[in-house]
Design a protein around this ligand. Sequence first.
Ligand code: B1M
Length: 210
Amino acid sequence: QELTEQIWDDLYDGLADEVAEATEIFLKRGWEPYDILTKGLVEGMRIVGIDFRDGVLFVPEVLMAANAMKAGMAILRPLLIDSGAPQLGKIVIGTVKGDIHDIGKNLVGMMMEGAGFEVIDLGINTDVEEFLEAIEKHKPDFIGMSALLTTTMPYMKVVIDTLEEQGIRQDYIVLVGGAPLNEEFAMEIGADAYCRDAAVAVETAKELVA
Ligand code: B1M
C-alpha cells in the first residue's frame, strides 16, 4: 500500500530513478511484474492524467512522468517478454499519424511479445504508407493501431479504408485501442476489434488467430 503510493508520487514528480528503484523493490518483495505494471505504473499515470486534464500539470511535467514510467517499464519488459510462450502470430503496431503518445502502445507490444506474438513496432506518428510498407514486408496476422487523441483517432479509418481500396483488408485482423476509443467507434471504422487495455489486446489476438 505504502509502496504503491510512493511509486505514484515518484511518477507524478517525474523521478525516473526513484520509479526504477521502487519497481526493483516491488520485485524483491515478490510482486508479479504485471501487478507492478497495472497497480503501480498504469495507475500512477492515470492520476497524472487527471491533473493534466484539470490544468494542474502541464506538458513538460507529464513528459517527465512519461519518462519515469518508461524507466519502470524497462525493468519489467524482459520479465514480461521472457515467457517461453510458443510463437502465436505476428503483429505490426503503431501509434497513428499526428499522435506521439506511445506508452500504451509500448505496453501492448510488451504484453503481446510476452504472450508469444512477434511484434513489429512502427513507433509514433505512423502514416498509412508506413503501415502499408511494413505489412508488405512483414506479412503480419494483425495490424494494431493506437490513438490517444480525439483528433487522431479518425486516422485509423484512413488506414482501414486504404486497405479496403487496395483489396487487402481481409488479409489482416485489425485491432485498435487507446483511451478515447470505444467499441462503437471501432466497429464504425471497420476494425475487427476494440481492445480496452493490453490484457484484452492479448486475449483478443489469441482468440482471433485461432
Ligand atoms: Co497527452 N493527452 N497530450 N501527452 N496525455 C492525453 C491523451 C489527454 C487525455 C490528457 C487530458 O487532457 N486529460 C489529452 C487528450 C484529449 C483528447 O484528445 N480528448 C492529451 C493532450 C490534449 C495532449 C496534447 C495535445 C497536449 C498539448 O500539447 N497541449 C499533446 C499532444 C501531442 C501529440 O500526440 N501530437 C500531448 C502530449 C503528451 C506528452 C508528450 C506530454 C505525454 C506522452 C508521452 C509519451 O507517450 N511518450 C502525454 C501523456 C503521458 C498523456 C496522458 C497523461 C497519459 C497517456 C498514457 O501514457 N497513459 C493522457 C491522459 C489519459 O490518457 N487519460 C494524455 C498510460 C497508458 C498505459 O494508457 O495510452 O490509454 P493508454 O493505453 C492503454 C489502453 O488505451 C490500451 O492499452 C493500453 C494499456 O492498457 N491501448 C491499446 C492503447 N493503445 C492501444 C493499441 C492497441 C490496443 C490497445 O492496439 C491493438
